[in-house]
Design a protein around this ligand. Sequence first.
Ligand code: FA5
Length: 334
Amino acid sequence: LQADVLAQIDQTTELKSLNDIRVNTLGKKGPITEVLRGMKDLTAEERPVVGAFANEIRDNLQAAIETKKAALEAAALNAQLASEALDVTLPGHAVRKGNAHVIQQIIEQLEDQFIGMGYQIAEGPEVEEDKYNFEMMNLPKDHPARDMQDTFYITPEILMRTQTSPVQARTMEQHDFAKGALKMISPGRVYRRDTDDATHSHQFHQVEGLVIDKHITMGDLKGTLLAVAQELFGAKHQIRLRPSYFPFTEPSVEVDVSWGDVDENTKPEDIEWIEVLGAGMVHPNVLTKAGIDPEVYGGFAFGLGPDRFAMLKYGVDDIRNFYLNDVRFLSQFK
Ligand code: FA5
């Protein structure tokens, strides 16, 4: 029995089966207990001999089980330590870093430029009154030029602003000319019932600009716009001013920027132009409606499209890419 059980103990690799061996051999129903229990049937001479022998085997097996138990517990602890070991030299998980939307980047670049030229940044509501969006901009209710900007109306008097120009009216109303000239830009979202295509979105951005002072000329407007366009686009693109019409400026111009690379060998008829902004000298009616005397003050205004600027700067040929919010597209502009 002893040799057999010792062999079993030796082969055991689990604490649970070791315990089974202990219960089976040394437990209440085990063979050794049975022998000791049968002592009463033995003669007085046999008892000490059998008793001593049984006790010796029991002690031997008990000692073997304890030794094996300690060894198995130590092995289990080592295995656990090995499996839970922390390798501090393994590379960690990279934290994904977001970036500002490309149009926001263009707007911030423009803000930096204009702040450098002494402009303030103004804000206005996207849900706007008809009064500021149209009437104070010299576009009364029956004016045919309202059709140029197809409008989302909320009520007959409240609309989604179609342009950032209402911020002109709001800042002119507030400005204290005793403190100096008015020079502001106002970036923000605008909304139109335009059919989406490669260069039109029903929701896009504008950056309005307005300068009002005593001796402002068309030359100031042209110089400002050329400086901004050159800073943003560099020498690769050409710029042209075209006469245009807006009810709130007189005279009015539109500025186009050439699409793709252009150099001195490019034939003028081969250049493809994309319209990026409207501008002009502030109409006397607009000044009067805001309580400014057009005999004393004058100025220029412009409204540019940063979406179109972003298209030109990065060669993106479809404006809708900016609004699909595909991270693979947007994460290119870091
Ligand atoms: C205006 O909105 C005038 N308020 C601009 C202005 C301000 C003129 C101050 C004079 C003085 P227009 O509708 O042309 O003008 O739009 C101005 C610019 O916004 C365009 O040159 C173009 O860059 C951009 N734009 C217009 N419609 C869209 C559109 N659907 N999607 C993307 N960009 C557009």
